[in-house]
Design a protein around this ligand. Structure first.
Ligand code: C5P
Length: 400
């Protein structure tokens, strides 16, 4: 995270999710950001000015026509002295007023007067979010360059289960970091491609073979790279994961599709091949294969292209190519051989023997093998592995 001395203007709207904004303030302060808060009239029904002020270590701004607030800091200065304006929770009402350009309280006036980028974390009832009026407002705001984090699907305070939950503070924090890093992070102006998840190889129009890769590690790496300011193309096999903020996601099925998507993303400064690409593809039957008595189907297998090796040997070879190795024994030895065979720069090797539960799990213990030797990393959650790897990539590209 690169939030030290960043100035965040946080607008807290009126919704039950406002309590999560208190955690957000705390996390932002821990990261060294300066946080000034505007608490709307409705927001103050849910959290107190005292809590907001104590956590942000700043006065809280509430009124457009308050002599005290204006004497301390005029609303124009408040809106101008921010690197990023965050609205959390962003209610349907606030979004509608923003979309129409209203300036009828301190929050909307500052939003209209600010030239800083704006990030919204919407929170509302599922029907309100899905309503065409809200969706039109969302679209209009997005077209004006406003970014969004969430809302997510889940239990809502009104008792319904729907899309409308505000993103968790940790996710909002990541979105803030990537938004700010785009301006100044160590990977600003660098383009990176990341492959993630399994591939799916069709056997006939209804059947396929695939593997258990969840895509979590690749998605975490793409997120961490975007948070450092990189322009990321995330090329994903079929996975059940939401698209991280501030990157472009290209969904593919087969290894052939994944290779084509990678080649069209070139040139890039780094390619991180975290996908578990199927080694073989079948000669696809044009019609559904029929069960015929006890007979087994004839499937003719072919080698899939090796994406990592292709990129490593390509005439537009990225300056840094990173591969992964999932091994069940002699992890380092096999990974070293793989690095040489594929021609990539680094191999991130992990032990996927059944007892370690890496596939689909949340933690990972890896070795990073490069031309200089072997680095053994401790057991870390996949997000921490990703952040450490992203820092290592930023360092390597910074020297190139
Ligand atoms: O050969 P193996 O599958 O063990 O190598 C793993 C590494 O190679 C991973 O980085 C994976 O993304 C990449 N790979 C690839 N295309 C393939 C097979 C593996 O990019 N067809």
């Amino acid at each position: 995270m690169h939030l030290a001395s960043k100035r965040i203007l946080l607008i807290i709207g009126g919704g039950i999710a406002a309590y999560k904004s208190l955690f957000l303030i705390r996390r932002l302060r821990e990261q060294g950001a300066q946080v000034r808060c505007i608490l709307t009239k409705a927001g103050a029904e849910f959290v107190t000015p005292l809590s907001v002020s104590a956590l942000s270590e700043q006065p809280v701004y509430q009124d457009l026509f308050s002599l005290t607030d204006e004497a301390e800091m005029g609303h124009i200065r408040l809106s101008r002295e921010a690197d990023l304006v965050v609205v959390a929770p962003a209610t349907a009402n606030l979004m509608a007023r923003m979309a129409s350009g209203l300036a009828d309280d301190l929050a909307t006036t500052c939003l209209l007067a600010s030239s800083a980028p704006v990030l919204l974390a919407p929170a509302m009832n599922g029907y309100m979010w899905a309503h065409p009026a809200t969706q039109e407002n969302r679209q209009r705001l997005a077209e004006r360059g406003v970014s969004f984090v969430g809302p997510e699907a889940g239990d809502l305070a009104c008792g319904e289960v729907a899309t409308g939950r505000m993103a968790e503070p940790e996710e909002i924090l990541t979105a803030i970091a990537s938004q700010l890093a785009g301006q100044s992070g160590p990977l600003a102006c660098k383009r990176v491609l990341v492959t993630a998840g399994p591939t799916r190889e069709a056997l006939d129009p209804v059947r396929y073979v695939s593997n258990h890769s969840s895509g979590k590690q690749g998605f975490a790496i793409a997120t961490a790279l975007a948070a450092l300011g990189a322009e990321v193309a995330l090329i994903a096999g079929p996975v059940q994961l939401p698209t991280p903020d501030n990157l472009s996601r290209i969904d593919v099925e087969s290894a052939d599709d994944m290779l084509a998507a990678c080649l069209s993303a070139l040139p890039v400064d780094a390619a991180i091949c975290a996908a578990a690409v199927a080694d073989w593809k079948a000669q696809i039957a044009p019609n559904k294969m029929k069960k015929t008595g006890d007979g087994l189907p004839e499937i003719s297998w072919q080698q899939n292209p090796d994406i990592l090796a292709t990129l490593s040997q390509h005439e537009q070879r990225p300056p840094l190519v990173v591969g992964f190795a999932a091994e069940t024994e002699k992890v380092v030895e096999h990974a070293q051989a793989k690095r040489a065979r594929k021609g990539c720069d680094w191999i991130v090797a992990n032990d996927v023997s059944a007892e370690r539960g890496v596939f689909g799990g949340d933690s990972n213990q890896v070795h990073v093998i490069d031309a200089d030797g072997v680095e053994a990393w401790p057991q870390l959650d996949k997000r921490a592995v990703a952040e450490r790897l992203a820092d290592r990539i930023a360092h390597a590209l910074g020297q190139s």
